[in-house]
Design a binder for this molecule. Structure first.
Ligand code: SAM
Length: 1004
């Protein structure tokens, strides 16, 4: 019989996340989720949303807040990993292919085969495994699982079959836990309940019971910066009550979609699918009536390609502005410009099957630039003479009296939806991609064709139709009439095109389709409508397609995080555009009894109480949600469906928290203060932020202090690498700050703090290093914590001490924290943080270097030695280098690196350094370490030992005057010999020789 849990029995228990978090495994899992791109659970609801926090990370945070840390941390970790589906049995389920009985019997030692399997015919196989199946006698033997073997027993055996490979490789080959969510946790409950004293058999049950044990009720999780709803959705999926809010109504809509669509019941999903189909059919029928997308010969338009056209001021010719004349790589389709001297314009002919040379020539269009950052220019040739005109000249850019820039583009009016004939920039349809079902077999044939008179006729039908109805549609709110307010990102459409209203970002075909969808969609379908808008606007880039058979495609407007206007773009045929309403959504029905509430307000206007706050606030200027999402708000604001009607359909830019300066800190304090007030005494918070700059530590400490919070732990999780959004290596990590309410007015002095910080940091470092030892059996292939994690925990320990106090040296820290900063000034708080961080770093001396010598080393030397230590243990992610460079205050760590690849970074070897980094400008100038590396390089190059020593004594300052310099050289040579043994044996051996040479050197 199950015993009910005792309310408040865990009321004051420390949370697991305050003691441990398996950050290495969590990083691997988060990375896997982020790389799933469209396969991510909520992405199809709004692929335009940037910066989703991985669900698996959110899950870890929520569970980490609810679970208690007990006296047995190693067991806590084991249970936590089971809950996260990181244990072996879970991997047996996550594995993409389950092993066959025969494979199991070939691999595992099993005393009695028939205990698990049926064997036919009997008596041929040996009674125990492993079995060598190569014996011909066994060919006819069939083995199968016994029907009385339970799934869990089978899982136990299969788990033993998993390859002994590093966790990252394991995750690479496995499915994500949420892809097998219905069964992956079946085996864990006995162990979980045994450890926690619960009696749960599902997450909602466990969460409810833990909530009762901590708070007396099912826990309520809040996220006041909910964005796309990743945190609230995960909280609800786990079975928490949720309060989600955001300033931006598009965020509210996405969160609503997460709860009600992805989290909706099977019945709601069925009815949504029906309604989507109905909507698509209705829109298609209306469009078909206009006959604007078929050619009467069985072909239907798939994509219309438009470009800007402008008059060359030097020749008077009208020229299509095409950055490339290639239309499709796969179809080798190109546009050819045929001069029409009489009319001073170009006909555009479209040809497929171009030769390699023709394709290469077509890559150069009529708009070029002489390199990055150079002004693009229009170029064309008349009678053998090439004419070039900068685009800025075409626009008529000029400097205004007040120093700002202006241009001569006409500003479009509310009634405009296409350029007027006397505008500088006109718009021209230059190609249509057609398709029709293949005459034989499945699939379609595609063709790119030039524009015909019939096409232009169809264009004018659409334009006339829109012209006739636009004002009415705008009045009814089916099409936007909202102005584009100037801003960082919103300036671009105004400046480069003269577009002043949001509907100017859509051409007539796009307005027609989106207007119809808007008119007939309810709340659920509005999410699909936003996908239609993202998929078809004047900002949707035409991509040329790579490889044979790929025709090219229309990309989303929010492929990047700006509102970049394009010189040419693709418009999906209406059928393909409205089809985006039918998003391919995942389904995770949420527990029906949960209370899920959404608010549309600034975080500091919160009035709802919650037990746990998990937030991912805006930081820096990463994504300007408050500007770019007006693209969608404009379509919804006048006529929101009932479910969204309470929300403020305005982005309220002035209330958005942004930047990193004083306003940012003040607004963050106001938000977090309010959250702290709306949290019970034993409530807990996790703040996530992307680790961008060193100053963030001081910022966050200030914010936490002034909000009445107290740091209890911090973790660093790598969430993305080598992102497609930016070229090259790019590592993105998320820092998690765990916080509690600060009580009372504790006072201390700086002197006392020094000791306290040191003790706390040392204790923290030891605790985590100890856990590495204790969990060896769980972590065959690595550590629970790598050095960088321990370093982070060290910082957290320092912050934990600091933020415990309200008054330091007589100063009120809450006031101090929000005191305006003078640029370049190091404030009292900065000083304390630097001190705390230094103390944490001091505790991380690599083994083999005595503390006294470590203290003497420069930041660059420490950096090199520390990272070499980590490389020797297999670490190679770039973010380690970035983080330690910051920690050791290395000005520029790049000259010390041979590779800066995100997942394959590496220090330079002695040989790679050669003679570099010796001169005055280098951070290693005159350092003992550089001199030692130089000597190693010489020895590898077979330079005579005496000569090497002679150079060493010259390269090390005061070699004969200060004996510790020589001692240090011996220690460093020894250090290199050990660390390089596996990495670069030849240098390791040279380092050993050097160590002996210096040791035995006769002096004086
Ligand atoms: C980093 S995003 C959150 C992303 C989210 N965690 C996700 O996974 O999608 C920050 C959010 O804060 C919102 N925001 C900005 N200023 C705000 C304010 N003053 N009050 C409430 N929300 C605000 C933005 O609209 C944005 O949705």
């Amino acid at each position: 019989m199950s015993v009910p849990v005792t309310p408040y029995s865990l009321k004051d228990a420390p949370a697991l996340i305050e003691r441990l978090l398996p950050v290495q495994k969590l990083s691997t899992e988060s990375y896997k989720e982020q790389m799933a791109v469209q396969g991510k659970t909520l992405t199809a609801l709004g692929s335009y949303w940037k910066g989703r926090k991985p669900l698996i990370l959110n899950k870890a945070c929520i569970l980490g807040c609810l679970l208690p840390a007990t006296h047995d941390l190693a067991r806590d970790l084991e249970i936590f990993e089971k809950l996260m589906a990181m244990d072996d049995e879970s991997f047996a389920v996550r594995w993409k292919r389950r092993p066959k009985p025969q494979e199991i019997l070939a691999t595992l030692s099993i005393a009695s085969v028939t205990e698990y399997f049926t064997v036919e015919p009997e008596g041929i196989l040996p009674p125990s495994a492993p079995i060598d199946w190569s014996k011909p006698d066994y060919d006819a033997v069939k083995v199968a699982w016994r029907t009385d073997i339970t799934e869990l027993e089978r899982r136990g055996l299969e788990a033993q079959m998993l390859p002994r490979i590093p966790y990252r490789e394991r995750v690479d080959q496995a499915q994500r836990p949420e892809e097998v969510l219905d069964t992956v946790h079946d085996h864990i409950w006995v162990a979980v309940n045994g450890h926690l004293g619960t009696n749960a058999h599902s997450f909602p049950e466990l969460v409810e019971q833990l909530g009762i044990m901590r708070y007396g009720h099912r826990p309520r999780v809040a996220d006041t910066f909910c964005g796309s709803g990743q945190i609230p959705f995960e909280a609800a999926r786990l079975g928490c009550d949720v309060y989600a809010s955001d300033l931006n109504p598009v965020a509210c809509m996405l969160t609503w979609g997460a709860f009600n669509i992805v989290g909706g019941s099977a019945v709601t999903r069925e009815s949504l699918a029906k309604d989507q189909l109905h909507l698509v059919n209705r829109v298609e029928a209306e469009i078909d009536q206009l006959e604007i997308e078929t050619d009467g010969k069985g072909w239907r338009a798939k994509v219309f390609l438009y470009c800007v056209e402008a008059r060359c001021p030097q020749t008077g010719w009208m020229v299509p502005l095409l950055p490339s004349r290639v239309i499709s790589k796969g179809y080798r389709a190109i546009a050819e410009l045929v001069p029409d001297a009489k009319q001073k314009r170009y006909d555009v002919i479209v040809r497929s099957g171009a030769t390699e040379r023709e394709l290469a020539a077509a890559r150069l269009g009529t708009v070029r630039s002489d390199g990055r950052g150079q002004d693009p220019y229009l170029t064309h040739t008349v009678d053998g003479t090439e004419y070039r005109t900068k685009i800025s000249t075409l626009r008529g850019d000029y400097r205004k009296a007040d120093g700002t820039n202006g241009n001569r583009l006409r500003l479009w009016e509310k009634s405009d939806f296409k350029p007027r004939s006397d505008d500088i920039f006109l718009e021209r349809l230059y190609c249509v991609q057609w398709m029709r079902p293949k005459k034989k077999g499945k699939g379609d044939d595609y063709e790119f064709r030039a524009v015909t008179q019939a096409d232009l006729k169809r264009e004018s039908i659409v334009e006339e139709f829109v012209a006739e109805h636009l004002a009415d549609w705008q009045a009814k709110g089916w099409v936007p009439d909202m102005r584009i307010e100037p801003g960082d990102k919103t300036d671009e459409p105004i400046r480069t095109r003269g577009w002043t209203h949001w509907h100017h970002l859509f051409n007539s075909r796009q307005l027609l389709v989106a207007g119809l969808v808007n008119r007939i969609s309810d709340a659920r379908l509005k999410l699909g409508m936003a996908q239609v808008l993202n998929g078809s606007s004047r900002l949707t880039r035409w991509s040329l397609g790579d490889g044979d058979g790929r025709s090219g495609g229309v990309k989303g407007a929010f492929d990047n995080q700006a509102l970049n206007t394009l010189l040419n773009y693709g418009t999906r045929g209406s059928r393909f555009s409205v089809d985006l309403v039918k998003q391919r959504l995942k389904s995770f029905p949420l527990h029906p009894n949960l209370s899920l509430k959404i608010g549309s307000h600034a975080a500091d206007d919160l009035i709802e109480m919650s037990d746990i706050f998990i937030t991912d606030p805006p930081y820096g200027d990463a994504v300007k949600y408050e500007e770019i999402l007006e693209f969608f708000i404009a379509w919804l604001r006048k006529n929101p469906p009932l479910e969204f009607a309470e929300w403020v359909w305005d982005s309220r830019r002035s209330l958005a928290i942004k930047g990193e300066d004083e306003d940012f800190r003040r607004e963050m304090v106001s938000a977090y203060k309010r959250m702290t007030e709306c949290m019970p005494g034993n409530g807990i918070q996790v703040i996530m932020f992307t680790h961008q700059s060193g100053s963030i530590w001081a910022d966050m400490a200030n914010i936490v202090w002034a909000s009445g919070l107290h740091v209890t732990a911090a973790w660093y999780v790598v969430t993305e690498t080598e992102s497609a959004l930016r070229e090259g290596s790019y590592v993105k990590g998320t820092v998690l700050l765990v916080l509690r309410k600060r009580y009372g007015i504790q006072k201390t002095t700086r002197d006392d703090l020094a000791w306290e910080i040191q003790e706390e940091v040392e204790a923290q470092v030891q605790a985590l290093a100890g856990l590495n030892q204790d969990a060896k059996s769980l972590y065959r292939d690595g550590n629970v914590f790598e050095d960088a994690d321990i370093q982070m925990a060290g910082y957290a320990a320092a912050l934990r001490v600091l933020t415990r106090y309200a008054v330091i040296d007589g100063r009120d820290m809450t006031a101090e924290a929000i005191r305006p900063r003078v640029k370049g000034e190091t404030t009292f708080v900065d000083g304390l943080i630097m001190f705390a961080v230094d103390t944490a770093n001091q505790c991380l001396v690599p083994q083999g270097i005595p503390q006294a010598h470590w203290d003497k080393l420069s930041g660059a030397e420490r950096f090199y030695l520390k990272l070499l230590d980590m490389e020797a243990r297999g670490a190679k992610t770039l973010d380690n280098y970035q983080n330690f460079a910051k920690a050791f205050k290395v000005r520029d760590f790049k000259p010390l690196l041979a590779s800066q690849k995100a997942n394959d970074a590496r220090l330079k070897s002695a040989m790679e350094f050669g003679r570099s980094e010796m001169s005055e400008g280098s951070e290693l100038h005159q350092s003992v370490m550089r001199a030692v590396l130089y000597a190693v390089m010489e020895l590898v190059n077979n330079v005579d030992g005496n000569e090497v020593l002679a150079h060493l004594t010259l390269n090390i300052a005061n070699y004969y005057g200060d004996m510790t310099q020589r001692e240090l050289a011996v220690e460093l040579a020894d250090y290199f010999a050990k660390r390089l043994a596996g990495l670069r044996p030849d240098e390791a051996s040279a380092a050993r020789v050097l160590r002996e040479l210096v040791k035995n050197q006769r002096i004086g």
